[in-house]
Design a binder for this molecule. Structure first.
Ligand SMILES: NC(=O)c1ccc[n+]([C@@H]2O[C@H](COP(=O)([O-])OP(=O)(O)OC[C@H]3O[C@@H](n4cnc5c(N)ncnc54)[C@H](OP(=O)(O)O)[C@@H]3O)[C@@H](O)[C@H]2O)c1
Length: 250
């Protein structure tokens, strides 16, 4: 397992930069992005981030982005008007938009039922290496048992619906009510596990997790870490706090 060190200053280790002033709508975000061309390392200084799904997990994720004043688009099945209360509650860094708009972002969080993923990403343009963060769990209801996926990691199936995207599994192990609260807890930081088959994508998502104030723990590939992380694996529902080692007095 690799625990990436926290960035020395926000955004210093990647293209995630300090939170810009909130954008008023999705078009303004797109315009901002266009006005920040790639730097000499090919990095863009502003990344657009979207969450698809505004239920328990989507709302909790949006709350964490709002806490750090990071612009994020939020979309659901019913459309932007249905998100007015959440936007009012979380503030100006949250922009309600359509699913089609959200699907154009650099980073797309999937916070929808596992069985709805295919429908939710239907209108996506070419993924071209953009990041997808899979927060779903494959669960059979009402039995509340892991869905039989023929032994395949659930995020592998999600990845098949977004060809060309770099897919990372994250934020699926913590109950929504816990995910929503301040990750600084009991002298440490709440752990968010991640896994994926693209090490660069894992590192980018780990940086974002750390920027939100969580401790990122990279579990490696989906065939290994993904299985531990997914519903039915060893890690769901654990609420782990990473603390610096205690000092011993001799
Ligand atoms: N709840 C938890 O504690 C928890 C913890 C970890 C992981 N998860 C996983 O996170 C995912 C979301 O769970 P949840 O509890 O947040 O579910 P939820 O409260 O039922 O919310 C689901 C959201 O998905 C949206 N949605 C459904 N189909 C869609 C589609 N085709 N296009 C766009 N949006 C669509 C819904 O839109 P509308 O609002 O318009 O209906 C709703 O906002 C699930 O895969 C779940 O297993 C949940």
């Amino acid at each position: 397992m690799v625990v990436p060190p926290p960035p020395t200053s926000p955004g210093s280790s990647s293209s995630w930069q300090d939170a810009p002033a909130p954008a008023s709508d999705a078009n303004e975000l797109a315009a901002r992005r266009a006005s920040h061309p790639p730097n000499s390392h090919g990095e863009r200084t502003i990344m657009t981030i979207a969450i698809i799904g505004s239920g328990a997990i989507g709302h909790a994720l949006a709350a964490q982005f709002a806490r750090k004043k990071i612009d994020v688009l939020l979309a659901n099945r019913r459309g932007p008007d249905s998100l007015a209360d959440i936007v009012r509650e979380l503030g100006a860094t949250i922009t309600a938009t359509s699913v089609a708009d959200a699907l154009r972002s650099d980073v797309v969080f999937l916070a929808v039922p596992f069985t709805s993923v295919g429908d939710a990403v239907r209108e996506a343009p070419a993924w071209d290496g953009r990041l997808v963060v899979d927060a779903t769990n494959a669960i059979d209801f009402p039995a509340f048992t892991p869905t039989d996926l023929g032994g395949r990691p659930s995020t592998e199936l999600v990845a098949e619906t977004v060809p060309g995207a770099r897919v990372v599994k994250a934020f699926n192990t913590i109950p929504a009510a816990v995910l929503a609260i301040d990750p600084a807890s009991d002298g440490g930081r709440r752990v968010v596990f991640l896994s994926g088959d693209d090490t660069g994508a894992n590192a980018e998502v780990a940086t974002l997790i750390e920027r939100l104030g969580f401790a990122a723990i990279d579990l490696g590939r989906l065939s290994e870490g993904g299985r531990l992380q997914q519903f039915g694996g060893a890690l769901p529902v654990l609420d782990l706090i990473l603390r610096p080692p205690a000092r011993r007095s001799h």
